[in-house]
Ligand binder design. Sequence first.
Ligand SMILES: NC(=O)c1ccc[n+]([C@@H]2O[C@H](COP(=O)([O-])OP(=O)(O)OC[C@H]3O[C@@H](n4cnc5c(N)ncnc54)[C@H](O)[C@@H]3O)[C@@H](O)[C@H]2O)c1
Length: 292
Amino acid sequence: MGTFFGHLGRLTIIKELTAKKILMDEILYLMINLQGKRAIVFGVASEDSIAWAITQWLAKAGAKITLSYQTRFRSRVMGLIQGKDFIEGMHECDVAFDDQVRDFFNALDGKFDMIVHAIGYAPATALGKPIIYTTEEDFNTAMVISAYSLQRIVRHAMRVLNPNSSIITLTYLGAVRVVPGYRIMGVAKAALEALVRELAVNIGLAGHRINAISSGPIKTLAASHVPGFDNILEYMKHASPLRRNVTQDDVAKTALFLLSDLSSGITGQTIYVDTGFSSVALPADIDKISFG
Ligand SMILES: NC(=O)c1ccc[n+]([C@@H]2O[C@H](COP(=O)([O-])OP(=O)(O)OC[C@H]3O[C@@H](n4cnc5c(N)ncnc54)[C@H](O)[C@@H]3O)[C@@H](O)[C@H]2O)c1
């Protein structure tokens, strides 16, 4: 009963704030309050990183964040976090190495409530050629960094997680359909999505949840290595139901929902944030396109 009236109280406040044109940030704070919650975010490389957008939305909701980043992006990440008091820690970590992930978690103090895995990588030699020429070594590298690293992180994270924690990872449509140029990454993302379902069963015993967000294409450092990426962005604008590309903020807002208690009954899922593209087979104006 108390909770029910508590919600009514919040709704009234939200209506009043909306009427007064109070900032969306404050309304968000009333809906998703992550004060006192702590997140670990893997995968910030630049200001365009999806992980950086998620970090900022988590901070707007009141969470404190620890970043894990790759050594090669150290100076960029240092520049980003200047003056950001919501960052409570940062450590270098290469997820290719189990001891580095173990040491990362050993260096942390206290317990955490949320983990973001926003890591993907395939060698340029694999992305540049049809998959029939992908070497065993490149295949393994893409699988370990882009898929197995999620298991590695979750395994080491278990002892620092509070009960009912939430974990998310980032995937792409190439996991379930062929996207030209995505090649070995499609195979790795398929493994990642299957891993999310498997891990959900393992960690569900402790009340933890894990989900994947399948993001539409966004211009980031990682995406710039996919051949033909600019054309993919143009086609999305044309063919997706919303007739636009997805933004980092679109993805981050869904991340916030999945990381918060608002999604308490959702686990093992892949949620599409792609301006609807995955729901259509052909562009709406197919009758007007000339192939002659
Ligand atoms: N940008 C897109 O179009 C798009 C679409 C769908 C899914 N995604 C996924 O989103 C996630 C984030 O990518 P992004 O687009 O923000 O690009 P990004 O380049 O900003 O992020 C990729 C991150 O992976 C990290 N990484 C790579 N190898 C690593 C390693 N060995 N150890 C630790 N970290 C490593 C990089 O340091 C970087 O921070 C990736 O999983 C990507 O596949 C991106």
